[in-house]
Design a protein around this ligand. Structure first.
Ligand SMILES: *Cc1c(COP(=O)(O)O)cnc(C)c1O
Length: 462
């Protein structure tokens, strides 16, 4: 301490106390919006910053109180920006797991707000004036959309798989093809989930080929379930064969062993009517005879994060009675959003106009090109010298492990710079508020236009 030069000591003494800043009239507006101890904490850390700068000599003049207050405001504004920030998804991956997957339809958002702000009959049966069941909220629509006998909902598809396996086959064996022992992003691994559900994994076949006789040979009195997993994020191509659900159903029926199918994305409608690649449709799998089918609410369905379980009544009833169901049940906001989304599927005159996921997936080239045409001069003006832009064809992806080898033709703006690397360009867009996320390919920074609805979104802002 006493080694400090007199000048520094004098400078440090010019800093006001926390109390003095707190009582400054200029602080009034902040104290109106935030509580006193929070503001005091921010003043203290701001003063500490200035003290440090003075000590190391990077600040050698007296700091005006207005400057201190400005820094406090900035610090608060920084924290105010939720750590869950809005971002611009120009990555070319529509259902981007790291960016929160599906965007909700307006009808679903409105329902969330309504249900969040008023008491609702979540588990209240008005006719009986007694306890109801929250699955009833979505039951009629899900039955109509899938043709199943019964439904139940949990927090995500991973939970749905765990719960279905645990209910149907705890302490027994579950037979799965080696070609379907997949890992989905975010460390969902079928073998691990099976272990945690208390089901013993019985692998059959090989990575590339599994036959119905492999399943048949593995059945013993210990067998509790036949599990079929939609491999979602990869395909085995070349010399390969997988057992069709139909064959598995025949075997299961003959041996009285239930079949669970983890569909992953699970489309409620046939996407090929929109010219999109065909993903398994839940209703078709129900019709084929799977006893229990699980799929996600926030993948192709375009709703909130949820795990949907549909199937035969006897099995779904058992699943609903499993104490784990209570542990994994979704909250009212999820049920509200899911129910509104399912209603759109049944009633909307033009689903693609109302469901953002479908709207992204079905964007026309003309629409994307119009955005590019508007964005180019704005980008040029904003980024400055040295940048060059081209609008090109590029494949986008559905994402969330859906149809990985099927590409959606999309349009991109490729940005290059004479001196700057693509990584540097990407960093500049990432630093924007909101951050603009694209991807890097072949030395260029790419902004995919499939998920962009106004040219403004693509212009970096600070
Ligand atoms: C995505 C996926 C899961 C996990 O679903 P979440 O809703 O993310 O929990 C499980 N199985 C398959 C086949 C998937 O594609």
């Amino acid at each position: 301490m006493n080694k400090k030069p007199e000048a520094t000591k004098a400078l440090l003494r010019t800093l006001p106390s926390v109390e003095k800043v707190l009582t400054s009239s200029a602080l009034g507006p902040l104290l109106h919006r935030y509580n006193r101890s929070y503001v005091a904490e921010k003043i203290r850390s701001t003063l500490t910053d200035f003290r440090q700068k003075m000590l190391i000599g990077s600040c050698s003049t007296e700091i005006a109180e207005a400057t201190i207050i400005q820094k406090v405001e900035e610090a608060i504004a920084n924290e105010d920006r939720s750590s869950l920030r809005s971002a611009v998804n120009a990555t070319g991956t529509v259902l981007h797991t790291n960016l929160g997957r599906a965007l909700l339809a307006k009808a679903a958002v409105d329902e969330i707000v309504r249900v969040a702000t008023t008491p609702v009959t979540l588990e209240y049966d008005l006719a009986e004036a007694g306890r109801g069941d929250r699955d009833d909220i979505v039951e009629a629509d899900l039955l109509a959309l899938t043709g199943a006998e019964a439904v139940t909902v949990v927090n995500n598809n991973a939970a749905a798989v765990l719960l279905a396996l645990n209910t149907l086959a705890e302490g027994k064996e579950g037979i799965v093809s080696r070609g379907e022992l997949v890992e989905i992003g975010g460390s969902f691994r079928i073998p691990d989930v099976m272990r945690k559900s208390g089901v013993l994994l019985r692998e059959v076949g090989t990575t590339n080929r599994t036959r119905i006789t492999d399943y048949a040979a593995a059945i013993t009195p210990q067998t509790g379930v036949l599990l079929k997993v939609h491999p979602s994020n990869y395909r085995i191509i070349g010399f390969s064969s997988a057992v069709e659900l139909r064959e598995l159903v025949e075997l299961g029926r003959a041996q009285q062993i239930p079949i669970i199918e983890d569909l992953g994305a699970g489309a409620l409608i046939d996407l090929s009517i929109y010219g999109l690649p065909k993903e398994p449709v839940v209703a078709e799998r129900v019709a084929t005879g799977a006893d229990v089918i699980t799929f996600s609410g926030d993948k192709l369905l375009g709703g909130p994060q949820a795990g949907l379980i549909v199937g035969r009544k006897e099995f779904v009833e058992r699943i609903k009675k499993n104490p784990l169901k209570r542990v994994l049940r979704p909250g009212k906001l999820t049920m509200a959003a899911l129910s509104a989304t399912l209603r759109l599927y049944r009633r909307a005159p033009d689903l693609a106009a109302e469901l953002p996921t479908l709207r992204w997936l079905t964007r026309s080239r003309t629409e994307m090109d119009a955005i590019a045409t508007q964005a180019l001069p704005l980008l040029q003006a904003c980024l400055g010298e040295g940048y060059s832009f081209t609008v090109e064809d590029s494949p986008a992806q559905i994402g969330s492990g859906t149809l990985p080898e099927e590409e959606l033709p999309s349009r991109i703006i490729a940005i290059r710079h004479a001196q700057l690397s693509a990584e540097r360009i990407a960093a500049r867009f990432r630093a924007s508020d909101p951050p603009i996320l694209g991807r890097i390919h072949d030395g260029a920074f790419l902004l995919d236009l499939r998920g962009i609805f106004t040219s403004e979104e693509l212009i970096p802002k600070t």
